[in-house]
Design a protein. Structure first.
Length: 144
């Protein structure tokens, strides 16, 4: 697996790039599937100007980037795989664009739609959320 902290560096080595429109995408973000060597990635690009979720939640700083940059994702318990390998912010203010590069794990995600999840999968989600909450118990937000 390719390990890097710079999205631009990783994407510059792409052998192929394919624009995607996920069935459940609604925010205004742009998505791509990218291949670098033998590794497959899912890329998400968005910003305040293009993403209604950021606007409606008042996110003018790119919260995901703050969480990534400060190492909070790396503190997740082993049962949670955040899949993120690189992030970059290009630009500033409301025109800034955040690029998130994640390992391609689509086959493991809950499919779009409103079908009821199998009870075992639901129980697993609850257990993993409890582990995440436990890992951050008494966490003091120093990033805002």
């Amino acid at each position: 697996m390719t390990v890097t902290r710079s999205a631009a560096e990783l994407l510059a080595r792409a052998l192929s790039r394919e624009r995607l429109v996920p069935a459940d995408a609604r925010s205004g973000a742009v998505f791509e599937r990218v291949v670098v060597g033998s590794d497959r990635y899912f890329v998400k690009r968005f910003g305040f100007a293009s993403d209604w979720v950021m606007r409606v939640s008042g996110d003018r700083v790119g919260r995901q980037y703050l969480v990534w940059r400060t190492g909070i994702m790396d503190r997740s318990p082993g049962c949670i795989d955040h899949t993120v390998v690189a992030m970059d912010v290009d630009g500033a203010g409301e025109e800034a664009v955040l690029t998130i590069v994640m390992r391609e794990v689509g086959e493991y995600l809950v499919p779009p739609g409103d079908a009821v999840l199998p009870s075992g999968q639901h129980v697993g989600f609850i257990a993993h959320m409890a582990a995440l909450h436990s890992a951050f118990w008494r966490w003091d937000d120093q990033i805002g």
